[in-house]
Design a protein around this ligand. Sequence first.
Ligand code: EPZ
Length: 434
Amino acid sequence: MDKFVVRGGNPLLGTIRVSGAKNAALPCMAASLLTTAPVVLENIPQVRDIETERRLLASMGAEVELGYGRAQHRTTLCCARLESPEAPYDLVKTMRASTLVLGPLVARCGVARVSLPGGCAIGARPIDLHIKGLERLGATITQEHGYIEARAQRLRGAHVVFDRITVTGTEDLLMAATLAEGETLMENCACEPEVADLATLLNKMGARIEGAGTPTIRVHGVTSLSGTRHRIIPDRIEAGTFVVAAALTGGDLIVSGCDPHHLTALLDKLRECGVEIRPNGDSVRVIGNGPLQPADVNTEEYPGFPTDMQAQYMTLATQAEGSSVITENIFENRFMHALEMVRMGANIKIEGRRAIVRGKTPLSGAAVLASDLRASASLVLAALVADGETIIDRVYHIDRGYERIEEKLRSVGAEIKRIGEMFPKRITVPAGRG
Ligand code: EPZ
């Protein structure tokens, strides 16, 4: 079990570069199932979830080639021969986004067998809306022994209105509808940039999609899709994490290779807290000078304040001069990090989906435990401002979605090191052998 050892107190200074978006790369990799031709994806982050997705697709018979050296962020996927349209429990349980193969498989193969993901640290996270949507497109869905089986000769276009906004639900159905007969109209869709990026890829593959990135998406089904090359968008949550780290440590940091537009809700909130923010093209300069002001936050679907930045914002709120109320509206159990911060001296009271954070409270180094991806990021941020040494256990959570975070932070002045071996420095997969 890798750990991070962090010594707090250093302002972050310089330039830090953002990787490609994990939550865009995963659906885009799943989309390669929709064609027999090769799909080349660039700006793929080197994180654990991408490795899991590679293993998932390879287990079905796909050839997945991860790039080397200068091409290390490029992946070539070819699903010409799919032996078994199945996503096994041992992979799905490690990464819920594995369920994103359901729509593409039933659309391409007429059958898909996908394990139900089971419980998650941040909430129940059912996939009933994925299933309902596919049934609207004419799939017959059965559930047995913890697996969903979807069958359809050919999906048929339909009018789908999501009961509630779901990111991967929108993506799953979007992929399925591309090969359906006729037109699909999807309403109350997720507007996340990752959904729009997936649609951009699909349209490059020959799909006919309009309105992605808005609540209403129209898909004109086609009979087949082709291969293409596509560059994944930057990771707005990784960028947001570094922006908060700079504000928190009183640093002067340029976060480069990001899209500031995707961060609007967060940047506006930090301005409210008194942080100086200077967007410029594909970078944001963050100057954390002077005391932080408290500000309340409500997590919402995009373009609202992202739930994936809630934990990191909570760390910042512990250093604000006054009380902030954080309301988590997306997931029912996403305050696990609060108790670990209290161990470091924070003053946080949880009342259902609300956290009342009283600042400013000096934090002191302690041994803490990461429970999920974004919670672990918030603990790294807390450790950057804590007095003394913090030891963060179970950082495998952070490796799921942050590429070499300790190296990136060290390059701008943080005192952080990893104890233990991160997943192999280089995934040595001989070229073309998925
Ligand atoms: C995506 O998860 C992201 N994951 C999550 O990021 C992110 O937190 C979430 O969207 C919200 O922004 C990926 O893109 C791979 P949802 P997803 O379906 O699609 C309920 C990270 O840290 N719901 O939009 O699984 C659900 O329980 C991860 O990178 C149903 O009830 O989230 C939740 O309360 C964590 N039935 C809400 O909707 C369904 O069928 C929103 O979930 C689907 C969802």
